[in-house]
Design a protein around this ligand. Structure first.
Ligand code: PMP
Length: 346
């Protein structure tokens, strides 16, 4: 059926063209105007829908993938969800190697979406046979004719954002954007979007958000892989213990590091001040904006676009659970928490 009016043949037609929403409160004391690119409006509720569709359709065009074939990937959850969704609609089998750091909600959701999920230990080296990279490679070899999406090392990852996220932001801001702020994991989002935006205006500042415990910032500044930078952290989807070739480090002007605790509180603040229920890395991105503002990055004419990669519902047992926050030592015992308030009302 031809797609017209309000009817879509399936969810794939709804990928991309996500809204840009002005932030009215959380950035009120900072100079300039701030806008969120709210990627949870994608049908799979994250920016990863864009790369899932782009990479799968590229493989179809090249004749590598046809219905009934298998798709294999490593994923902290969001890419897996998007691939599982695309696989169901297009008729592929989906096998995913997932980090044990991923929330239980995310893993349950992947299984609900029909994917075969292998949970791999998070805190092992990338070349350890138990790591999710190595497990995915093995599953790819074991499943003859399968396609390995390989988002950390696949140039098509950034290309998806060059083709969609970049032009959308340029048009939505009518070319007024002065700064792009995005968390970097594979680096696909920031790199592809930056490449497009810098072609339109090379003056646009591209600011990457990295985690304490990740090598990305130091690698960007020194071109050295310093494994002393690596230690466990809790934010999922941000930072890395290796150098992803999907990241175009030259397109990024500066990396700012954020902590688990600050990002968690800022994610909660975002929900309470703007009513935007976004994921942990959206909190990390706004935390980065606050820190960058303190360093004098922005002025009254700044038009800052911040990518919000996914939806808060994926973090109910983590950053939006008072029990989890308490277990991390992130909540001041004196402060009333949602749980304590419920007890009081009873
Ligand atoms: N936030 C979340 C929640 C993610 O899952 C990811 C992907 N790893 C990112 C941010 C970073 O996006 P990218 O991989 O395109 O750098």
């Amino acid at each position: 059926m031809k797609e017209h009016l309000n009817v879509y043949n399936n969810l794939l037609g709804l990928i991309g063209n996500t809204p840009l929403v002005r932030l009215n409160t959380i950035t009120k004391t900072l100079p300039g105007s701030y806008f969120a690119k709210v990627e949870s409006f994608n049908p799979g509720q994250s920016s990863k829908d864009r790369i899932a569709l782009h990479i799968v359709e590229d493989a179809e065009r090249k004749g590598i993938l046809s219905p009934g074939d298998t798709i294999v990937e490593t994923t902290s959850g969001n890419t897996g969800f998007s691939l599982a969704m695309v696989s169901i609609i297009k008729g592929y089998k989906c096998i995913l190697a997932v980090s044990s750091k991923s929330s239980k909600d995310k893993i349950d959701a992947l299984r609900t979406m029909g994917a075969q999920v292998y949970v791999c230990p998070a805190h092992v080296k990338a070349d350890d046979p138990r790591s999710y990279y190595e497990v995915a490679k093995r599953l790819h070899k074991e499943n003859e004719g399968s396609v390995y999406i390989n988002q950390y090392f696949n140039a098509l990852n950034a290309e998806a954002h060059y083709a969609t996220t970049g032009p959308e932001i340029w048009n939505q801001t009518e070319g007024k954007i002065t700064h792009l702020v995005a968390c970097s994991g594979t680096g696909g989002t920031i790199s592809g979007t930056a490449q497009y935006l810098k072609e339109q205006n090379p003056e646009i500042r591209i600011l990457g958000i990295d985690a304490f415990g990740s090598i990305l910032k130091k690698y960007h500044e020194t071109h050295e892989v310093d494994m002393n930078e690596v230690y466990p952290y809790r934010i999922e989807g941000l930072g890395k213990n290796l150098v992803p070739t999907a990241t175009d480090f030259d397109a990024i002007d500066y990396f700012e590091k954020v902590s688990d605790e600050d990002s968690a509180h800022t994610a909660r603040e975002l929900a309470k001040t703007e009513g935007i229920f976004a994921g942990y890395t959206s909190g990390a991105a706004i935390q980065g904006v606050k820190q960058l503002a303190k360093q004098g990055e922005f002025d009254k004419d700044s038009h800052v676009v911040v990518i919000f990669p996914d939806h808060g519902s994926r973090y109910m047992s983590k950053v939006y659970s008072d029990d989890w926050m308490n277990a991390q030592g992130f909540l001041d015992e004196q402060q009333p928490t949602a749980t304590k308030k419920i007890e009081y009302i009873k």
